[in-house]
Design a protein around this ligand. Structure first.
Ligand code: NAP
Length: 310
């Protein structure tokens, strides 16, 4: 039986691991399909305190992992499909391979990119539809591409893509960006980015090989419909929290599926804690996720101390 299992390897997960490891709890971290979380799909992080020159997202995550492992954190790669509370108060974490058992669990599974829900989406992933400019941008050199969304992610992706693409359409459903002023100003000043305001994508159009060739776009104010010829669409319209595997635990979720915390990192279930984007649809920053990871770890430490775990 483990003292504490942390599910997820983003900022929240690694910070929880650093704290629980330094408290001699020998945490086990379960890393899922996207080790390192969302920061591994970003470029430079300019707002994480302590890095005045900025730091690359994947580097920051690697440093957090090294710091956690230095204090005795162990890592296993598995997909947790379900969590079950046992009569003795412990938890069984079910995966297709091994089942894991722990006295306390910290859920730090983050959130995954949202898609529009258009019919041919799944067949287009990797053939001109993606949510990760850092991963796929370099494949689209000297061709037109589009980013959907008006937040910081969309602006960051659009700016990054101008390194490769001949032109970047920024398709946004309103005529004002949600992004922070500094990001919005950069986008609006970039001559390679063409905003397509008040518009939504109604269909992804493909060539004879089933690859993206155009986006059908509708202007919500005028009703006008048009086609934008492009090779790739980068979707940046927010995220969906990764909480499906908690169905059946009785954990409190809000209407969008985010975990509702009672206080600090405590959920409504004793011994089950949560941290980071999986429980935060408001701030969603690397630094707030790290702070949440610390809170969940301290709450878990107190819970285990009350159980008499040394
Ligand atoms: P976000 O701020 O929630 O923005 C999502 C964007 O997608 C919004 O512009 C929204 O339009 C649009 N959208 C949502 N659903 C849509 C739909 N079905 N169809 C069309 N458009 C849709 O998400 P985010 O940009 O991923 O940012 C998340 C958080 O991470 C934010 O707190 C952000 O500040 C932070 N972040 C920070 C950085 C940075 O500082 N370097 C980088 C990336 C993200 P509306 O505006 O009309 O709602």
């Amino acid at each position: 039986m483990e003292n504490v299992i942390i599910i997820g390897t983003g900022c929240a997960g690694w910070t929880a691991a650093i704290y629980t490891a330094r408290a001699n709890l020998r945490p086990l971290v379960i890393s899922g399909t996207q080790p390192g979380g969302q920061l591994t799909t970003t470029t430079e992080v300019e707002n994480f305190p302590g890095f005045p020159e900025g730091v690359m997202g994947p580097d920051l995550m690697m440093r957090m992992q090294q710091q956690a492992e230095k204090f005795g954190t162990r890592v296993e790669y598995a997909q947790i499909d379900a969590v079950e509370k046992q009569a003795d108060g412990s938890f069984v974490l079910k995966s297709s391979g091994t089942d894991y058992r722990a006295r306390a669990v910290i859920v730090a599974t983050g959130a995954s990119p949202r898609h529009l829900g258009l019919p041919n989406e799944s067949s287009l992933i990797g053939r001109g539809l993606t949510s990760c400019a850092t991963c796929d941008g370099a494949f689209y050199r000297d061709v037109p591409v589009a980013v959907i969304g008006g937040g910081d992610s969309a602006c960051e992706e659009a700016n990054f893509l101008t390194r490769f693409a001949s032109k970047v359409y920024l398709i946004h459903r309103r005529d004002e960006l949600r992004a922070s002023k500094i990001m919005a100003d950069r986008v609006l000043a970039n001559p390679k980015i063409e905003p397509v305001w008040d518009s939504v994508v109604t269909a992804y159009l493909t060539n004879e090989k089933g690859e993206m060739r155009a986006a059908a776009v509708k202007n919500l104010k005028t009703g006008a419909e048009s086609e934008l010829a492009l090779d790739c669409v980068f979707v940046a319209i927010g995220h969906v929290p990764n909480t499906a595997f908690l169905a059946g635990t009785g954990i409190d979720l809000d209407e969008s599926g985010y975990i509702v915390l009672k206080k600090g990192g405590q959920t409504n279930i004793e011994g089950l804690f949560a941290a980071g984007d999986v429980a935060d649809h408001v701030y969603r920053q690397a630094i707030t996720a790290a702070g949440n990871g610390c809170q969940a770890a301290l709450d878990a430490e107190r819970y285990l101390a009350d159980l008499g775990v040394e």
